[in-house]
Design a protein around this ligand. Structure first.
Ligand code: XUL
Ligand code: CO
Length: 441
């Protein structure tokens, strides 16, 4: 099979290039803050959206035209692997991610599905030997098949709990075999439609048990990837248990799992939860739980998970502002959990989509890094909280006071003075940084 043979290697040509098959801002070897862009951003291609997705939606069949369209079954799985590694190389992307069912068709039994996985995983391993692209994370799909109608680890049916566990067991073995740097849990059906038929306590306890068994098994087989939980508030369930970072962290702490997991934060999931992307990143960062990112964006007018490729530069900049201050993403990366629009159905669109995503994060990295180097936001924040640097504020933060002393202090106050929050000034400065980073200072 020949795939993408009309496309050359995508290279950095700079901001004024008119070549649509070139990076304008993502310059992999450019050093920012001591690391190359490639090392900082750790981009990954999501196998499901790029190689498995047919672009169907609830109202229409798939529109995607792909080089592997003539194949089916295991031949299709093999053709996709071959095409995937051509794609990775042409894009120069350091990582990829997949679910079990993205890379193989499910068999008529779990045993057969596992055999299919063994065949394709061996093939991927061979391709990885000659490739620079590594596995950022893998996961298993415990949500699409009808057996997961009532959930997986939180299913009302114990047989399904067992089946889901067996799939995760295999997923960890696959991750170890391919050197995955992380393993992701997205609880697609781990939630409920209505409380009227739900035993919430049993479901939560079972999820806690499920994760402990996964941690134990990873240790048993020597899988040392980072475990990640990917919060999402709803869709497909009405209420998902790992709603957002804050509720996910409460769950992890309640079940004593907090030392074994970090969060994989997805932009569109954050906005579905009523948060900004940067809120979720900030929350995870300040509690030391920021692990990885599913890089996409939602549509501001649509209330569901549209999984668009990132193009909003303000969004990528505020995201990189958090990631840089986190010291990078460690073992994590920026996985494009994003799909081309249904109308963008040609193979070339897969390149355009990744180019806009990678360029958008490169812009974000450069602008955020300048903002941080010049302490633009830090200075404003420091000044805003300077009442905690001395006097009563210092007593509060150093634990040297109590309600008696605070009352005494408050009774002595004649007037409370405030300083402005300066939001408009900050935004004007950020806009100035956007333009001066690229059009001369
Ligand atoms: C679904 C979603 C998943 C996870 C992996 O909204 O984000 O693709 O990233 O299961
Ligand atoms: Co995701």
């Amino acid at each position: 099979m020949t795939a993408f043979n009309n496309i050359n290697q995508i290279k950095y040509e700079g901001p004024t290039s008119t070549n649509p098959y070139a990076f304008k801002f993502y310059n992999p070897e450019e050093v920012i803050n001591g690391k190359t862009m490639k090392e900082y951003l750790r981009f990954a291609v999501a196998y499901w959206h790029t190689f498995t997705e047919d672009l169907s939606d609830p109202f229409g069949v798939g529109t995607a035209i792909r080089p592997w369209d003539q194949y089916s079954g295991m031949d299709l799985a093999k053709a996709r692997v071959e095409a995937a590694f051509i794609f990775f190389e042409k894009l120069g992307v350091p990582y990829f991610c997949f679910h079990d069912v993205d890379i193989v068709p499910e068999g008529s039994s779990l045993r057969e599905s596992n055999q299919n996985l063994d065949t394709i995983v061996a093939m991927i391993k061979e391709y990885m030997k000659d490739s620079k692209t590594k596995l950022l994370w893998n996961t298993v799909n415990n949500f699409t098949h009808p057996r997961f109608v009532h959930g997986a680890g939180s299913s009302s049916n114990a047989d399904v709990f067992a089946y889901a566990a067996a799939k995760v067991k295999k997923g960890l073995e696959v991750g170890k075999e391919l050197g995955a740097e992380n393993y992701v849990f997205w609880g697609g059906r781990e939630g409920y439609e209505t409380l009227l038929n739900t035993d919430m306590k049993l479901e939560l306890d079972n999820l806690g048990r499920f994760f402990h068994m996964a941690v134990d098994y990873a240790r048993e087989i020597g899988f040392d990837g980072q475990f990640l939980i990917e919060p999402k508030p709803k869709e497909p369930t009405t209420h998902q248990y790992d709603f957002d970072v804050a509720s996910g962290y409460a769950f992890l702490q309640h079940y004593d799992l907090q030392d074994h997991f970090k969060f994989n934060i997805e932009a569109n999931h954050a906005t579905l939860a009523g948060h900004t992307f940067e809120h979720e990143l900030r929350y995870a960062r300040v509690i030391g739980m920021l692990g990885s990112v599913d890089a996409n964006q939602g549509h501001p007018l649509l209330g569901w998970d549209t999984d668009e490729f990132p193009s909003d530069l303000y969004g990528t900049t505020l995201a990189m502002f958090e990631i840089i201050q986190n010291g990078g993403l460690g073992k994590g990366g920026l996985n494009f959990d994003a799909k081309v629009r249904r109308g963008s159905f040609t193979p070339e669109d897969l390149f355009h989509a990744h180019i806009v995503g990678m360029d958008s994060f490169a812009v974000g990295l450069k602008v955020a890094n300048r903002l941080i180097e010049d302490r633009v936001i830090q200075n404003v924040v420091e000044e805003r909280y300077n009442s905690y640097q001395s006097g009563i504020g210092l007593d509060i933060v150093s634990g040297k006071t109590d309600f008696h002393k605070l009352e005494e202090y408050a009774l002595g106050l004649t007037e409370i003075t405030h300083q402005s929050g300066r939001l408009e000034q900050i935004k004007a400065t950020i806009n100035q940084y956007f333009l001066t980073t690229f059009v001369g200072k």
